[in-house]
Design a protein around this ligand. Structure first.
Ligand code: GLN
Ligand code: ZN
Length: 762
């Protein structure tokens, strides 16, 4: 007799179909509602989310995956592990105390926030120094009970596992990684988890999902030890509570050690990680007594799955692991909620989209199929939808596809080596030593935003809006000339965002109406969807750049976003390799770069800020990723004459491990963020014998503080100790769109004065 297959989910988006959750948080912060009103609405939203999943027919429904801000923050708040500057408690935190940690208050800066693995979600970084672990509130029981009382379900509470919590946190300012630190912290906090588990068991909870995604970064069996210690302990203190040990975002290297852990179900990602989890199951088998919770639906992309293929795959899994649950590869928190509001999508595209709700329905259909139910109609509809999308014109652009096929026959290099072309550039640009410039954007003032909103609503005609953008550009060209900067920018007033804008101008992109995903706190992003072959249909930035250049005799930089950054901040079609999509974008941008040159633009900057954050979780996959980045950057930038100067910008300072990639881009000038960690980065460039030009960020734009001339001059002098003054540019460390006009002008004047001061010394 075969076991019944079950459908299970790992977590559901918080935002609400109409971003009710975001509005709830913000109205509380603005003092429009009180804590009681907040709690009442928050509960309504939690129940709506659960009810939908139940009505779709999901068997195992996650509970306590909700949050008032971030689930890591919830965990440390429940365990009295918040940074001690926010206090130590012996009762649950009030909402204000909780938000103070996330957002800071008048006495303390907010807790650090950083990227959750390689996803665009940010979690609150625990700081374990001097904390006194104590269970203040069993939120997992509370929300389980709520679901039980209100909806009569026995939900599956979701909890961040103890080892992952520790490894994602900091001790003495560094991420916890030494086993002695891990073990010591584990001994302190395991009893709290034990208490939570015991109370859940006593209440009649049958399953808990213990998220230990850091397991995908563990290379050696020996390092599985703390996870073994934790699961053994928890299994012992609450033997009737079944543990689903959940991993995601990649495959497990110490597969055998992990599958031996004393838990009742193991969740593995079969979408990401190059099929390695599947290879391991085939090679080593899967323990008979355990449930395989198989992540087979992509939890961080937006595409309809091929149900027949997934069903075949699940059948194969069942022969290897007869006790089977079907799940998304990770929590659905990272995809938008429902596609039903995407009324502007073409029918082909609409049919091919699956957001959270559609993914839950896919899981239910697949589960039915494996259990022998008749789902023919659903499967037929699914096959037809995919066929329609794949055979659509958008996915069959012959010109683009041929260009991709011919890539290997072409060589994407500049005409001459750097040493030679830099001389020609100097003749054409005649820049002074230590040239000054900025990174691209100028303040997106209230006026700029209001005008854009009015234009979008149709209250401002295209012409009126265009006139406004031009007058703003012109004004800022004058302001830059007044300061006497050497290389000017047009200010990026026409863009809201450095990816969205390009998506709007290139074929193959779709801008969703309601595809919001939580980035951090109440902040949502709406990544563009790349669904078709990407093609260049019209110039993207040429008009704005040429207009700006016409206002001045100084060179104005053209300003583009590089292919990898566009890819990393979008939902990318999954029917062809990502690298192919990236190269399609590169081929389009190549035309834009050539058109900018034709329009008289002598310097073109191609920004690649997402290069580092998108690095694969396993180091063995880095090289391919970096090679692809270099290749697409070169496709983009090598169509111009030697005289045209190519810049790139990256806004982070951890360069040590990717410095050769940066060299490989062969950009004439790179500007980087160094204002916050000067020393290491400069020595990285020194060690690499970097021979091209570098613009060091000489002040931090993230702060409203105006840096003094002396301070900027010091930063320049420090840079000049290791970088030759012939290679050195002076610029802020990132774009200025979040600063106001006054701050920007004062800071830039100080930058120019500091440059002149240091110049007089050499
Ligand atoms: N050119 C962009 C700007 O100045 C670069 C932004 C970024 O590095 N994230 O806004
Ligand atoms: Zn930047």
């Amino acid at each position: 007799m075969t076991n019944t297959v079950k459908s299970s989910n790992l977590g559901y988006p918080r935002l609400g179909e109409h971003r009710e959750w975001k509005k709830l948080l913000e109205s509380y912060w603005q003092g429009k509602i009180d804590e009681a009103q907040f709690n009442e609405t928050a509960k309504k939203l939690r129940l709506i989310n659960l009810k939908k999943q139940i009505e779709f027919g999901l068997d195992i429904v996650p509970v306590a995956d909700n949050s008032n801000y971030d689930h890591v923050l919830d965990t440390i708040a429940a365990f009295n592990l918040i940074p001690t500057r926010f206090g130590s408690y012996d009762r649950p935190l009030t909402l204000d105390e909780y938000f103070a940690v996330a957002r800071g208050n008048k006495d303390n800066v907010a807790a650090d926030m950083t990227k959750w693995f390689n996803i665009n979600y940010h979690y609150t970084v625990p700081e374990f120094d001097n904390t006194t672990p104590r269970l203040l509130e069993n939120r997992w029981l509370k929300y389980w009970q709520e679901a039980k009382d209100e909806l009569d379900i026995n939900g599956k509470p979701v909890i961040v596992g103890p080892v992952t919590l520790i490894k994602l946190g900091k001790l003495r300012g560094e991420y916890v990684s030494a086993s002695s630190d891990i073990n010591q912290l584990l001994e302190q906090i395991l009893p709290l988890y034990g208490q939570v588990f015991k109370e859940l068991q006593a209440a009649g909870v049958t399953w808990i999902q213990l998220d230990e995604p850091t397991l995908v970064k563990v290379a050696d069996e020996a390092d599985v030890e703390p996870y073994r210690r934790a699961t053994e302990y928890l299994n012992e203190v609450a033997p009737q509570l079944n543990i689903e040990l959940q991993t995601y975002f990649d495959s497990i290297d110490p597969y055998q050690a992990v599958t031996k852990l004393p838990v009742q179900a193991i969740g593995l990602d079969f979408v990401h990680g190059h099929g390695e989890n599947f290879d391991n199951i085939r090679k080593f088998g899967f323990p008979e007594d355990k449930i395989l919770a198989a992540g087979i639906i992509d939890g961080h992309n937006v595409w309809t799955a091929n149900l027949q293929e997934k069903a075949n795959f699940a059948e194969e899994l069942r022969t290897l692991a007869p006790k089977l649950w079907l799940q998304p590869s990770n929590t659905l928190l990272h995809v938008p909620i429902t596609k039903k509001y995407e009324t502007k999508a073409s029918p082909e595209l609409f049919g091919g989209l699956a957001f959270a709700d559609e993914k839950v329905q896919e899981l239910v259909a697949l589960t039915k199929k494996l259990n022998g139910d008749d789902v023919t109609a659903i499967f037929e509809q699914n096959a037809a939808a995919l066929e329609a999308l794949n055979s659509s014109q958008a996915r069959n652009n012959k010109v683009v596809q041929e260009a991709i096929q011919h890539l290997s026959q072409e060589r994407f290099e500049r005409d001459s080596k750097y040493a030679e072309r830099s001389k020609k550039q100097q003749v054409s640009l005649h820049l002074p030593l230590l040239p000054t410039t900025t990174i691209g954007s100028f303040p997106q003032s209230a006026d700029v935003r209001a005008k854009r909103a009015a234009w979008r609503k149709g209250e401002l005609s295209d012409e009126q809006y265009n006139d406004f953008i031009e007058s703003e550009t012109k004004r800022w060209i004058q302001l830059q000339e007044d300061i006497d900067l050497d290389v000017l920018v047009h200010g990026e007033f026409e863009r809201t965002d450095m990816v969205e804008y390009f998506g709007q101008k290139l074929a193959g992109f779709f801008a969703t109406q309601n595809g919001w995903v939580q980035s951090y706190g109440s902040r949502g992003v709406r990544p563009p969807v790349i669904f078709g072959d990407v093609d260049y249909v019209e110039p993207i930035t040429v008009k704005e750049s040429a207009f700006a250049q016409a206002q001045t005799n100084k060179p104005v930089k053209g300003m583009l976003t590089a292919p990898l950054t566009i890819i990393n901040w979008s939902f990318v079609r999954d029917d062809i390799p990502r690298a192919t999509v990236q190269n399609q974008i590169a081929l389009s941008l190549r035309q834009e770069v050539i058109n900018l040159e034709k329009a008289g633009i002598k310097i073109i900057q191609v920004d690649e800020p997402a290069l580092r954050e998108g690095l694969p979780l396993k180091q063995r996959n880095w090289q391919d990723y970096l090679d692809e980045a270099i290749y697409s950057f070169k496709i983009t930038t090598t169509g111009v004459r030697d005289e045209t100067q190519i810049h790139t910008h990256m806004c982070y300072s951890d360069f040590e491990d990717i410095i050769s990639t940066i060299s490989g881009l062969d950009a004439d000038v790179i500007s980087i963020e160094t204002s916050r960690s000067h020393g290491e980065i400069i020595s990285a460039f020194e060690d690499a014998h970097y021979d091209k030009q570098i613009g060091l960020g000489v002040y931090d734009i993230h702060s409203p503080r105006i840096p003094s001339v002396a301070e900027i001059a010091d930063n320049i002098r420090r840079g000049l100790k290791v970088i030759d003054h012939n290679q050195f540019w002076v610029n802020p460390d990132c774009g200025l769109k979040t600063r106001n006009e006054k701050q920007t002008l004062e800071a830039l004047q100080n930058l120019e004065d500091a440059r002149n001061l240091v110049f007089s010394e050499i």
